[in-house]
Design a binder for this molecule. Structure first.
Ligand code: UD1
Length: 328
């Protein structure tokens, strides 16, 4: 299949591109490299560009004979989304509309969308299933939920076929050691913990130890990035086989506290990794755990690396190697 991956040079996108290539697809990565890395795209064709130009999108879809699209290009920092909402609505919603318009004009009707657990907001109960109320508490979550609603209407009105995948906490790195997580600035827990282990940062803060959880720190559902990638492959195949639309959570259904993550990283690295308790980070729910029963039942998705130890050791292999050679 000829697949366009927007945002394919990013952390999750690059793992999806690699998986699609291994599955014998012809892959065209479109990325403006604002946050992604050229080196992260391990094969297929690469086009530097973004989604604000419908004509360019149409040209790519037509000349490359695109049959399906995986759309990840987006801004995704929760904190930034509350300081600069316009950036998030413009990039994540308006540019997404450009993509839909170009697809429609070119007769491409299959879309896999990168969504987030942030659409749920503060959970009423865990594990969170897909029919849980969606009440985002930040602009980032809003922007992803708006786009889900847009896809739903385009399905009803224009016949768009889509799968939206709501990721919980993506972590880890491809076992080849060639690609992994490299954000700048880094805000995610596991890379920060491993940077502290490597002496690349002075402080590691545990954001709050007074939550209503077993050890007082926040609990999250970490999912290996390669397991996320495989779900995109299954979603695309399901669309090819006639699936009309679906929304699925992606997590392991198991929660680990910040303190447990740090403790596991100490075991994996054999290093002390000193951490200090700090204030809560604004907007952090105490517990986020996915129910991924639906995608397991409907698409037969099975995570290969559900163990936190494996997720962290794959990330450790990547960080120890030093990430990408390019700078930025
Ligand atoms: C992540 C994503 C968010 C996505 C959400 C879905 C970001 C910044 N966050 O959120 O887009 O919607 O998953 O569940 O992109 N922590 C510390 N110290 C640190 C860093 C983090 O204690 O230095 C804690 C946080 O308070 C949190 C946990 O570690 O409880 C995980 O944090 P993080 O890796 O930033 O992910 P989330 O905020 O859960």
């Amino acid at each position: 299949m000829n697949v366009l991956v927007t945002g394919g040079a990013g952390y999750i996108g690059s793992h999806i591109v690699k998986m699609l290539l291994e599955d014998n697809n012809h892959v065209i990565t479109l990325d403006n490299l604002s946050k992604g890395h050229r080196e992260a795209v391990v094969g297929g064709e690469f086009i530097k560009g973004d989604l604000n130009n419908i004509q360019e999108l149409k040209n790519i879809i037509q000349t490359k004979k695109i049959e399906g699209v995986i759309h990840l290009a987006a801004d995704s920092l929760v904190g930034e989304s509350m300081q600069n909402p316009e950036k998030y609505y413009r990039n994540n919603v308006c540019n997404g509309l450009n993509l839909l318009a170009a697809m429609q004009d070119c007769g491409v009707d299959k879309l896999v969308f990168s969504s987030t657990a942030a659409v749920y907001g503060e959970p009423e109960k865990v594990p969170i299933a897909e029919d849980h109320p969606t009440r985002p508490t930040n602009t980032y979550g809003d922007s992803k939920l708006f786009f889900e609603k847009i896809m739903h209407r385009y399905h009803q009105i224009h016949g768009l076929k889509y799968v939206s995948l709501r990721y919980f906490n993506a972590a880890g790195a491809d076992l080849s050691g060639k690609i992994g997580e490299a954000h700048n600035p880094e805000t995610h827990l596991i890379p920060i913990v491993l940077q502290k282990a490597l002496g690349q940062r002075d402080n590691l803060a545990i954001f709050g130890d007074d939550y209503a959880t077993a050890d007082g720190s926040c609990v999250r559902d970490y999912i290996h990035v390669s397991d996320l990638a495989s779900a995109h492959g299954l979603a695309l195949k399901a669309l090819q086989q006639g699936k009309e639309k679906a929304i699925y959570n992606l997590g392991n259904g198991e929660g680990y506290s910040v303190k447990e993550v740090i403790e596991t990283a100490r075991e994996v690295t054999g290093l002390p990794i000193e951490a200090k308790i700090a204030d809560r980070r604004a907007g952090d729910p105490a517990v986020l755990i996915a129910s991924s029963v639906k995608i397991k039942e409907e698409l037969h998705w099975e995570p290969k690396y559900p163990e936190l130890e494996k997720i962290i050791s794959s990330a450790w292999q990547w960080h120890r190697k030093g990430g990408f050679s390019e700078n930025g």
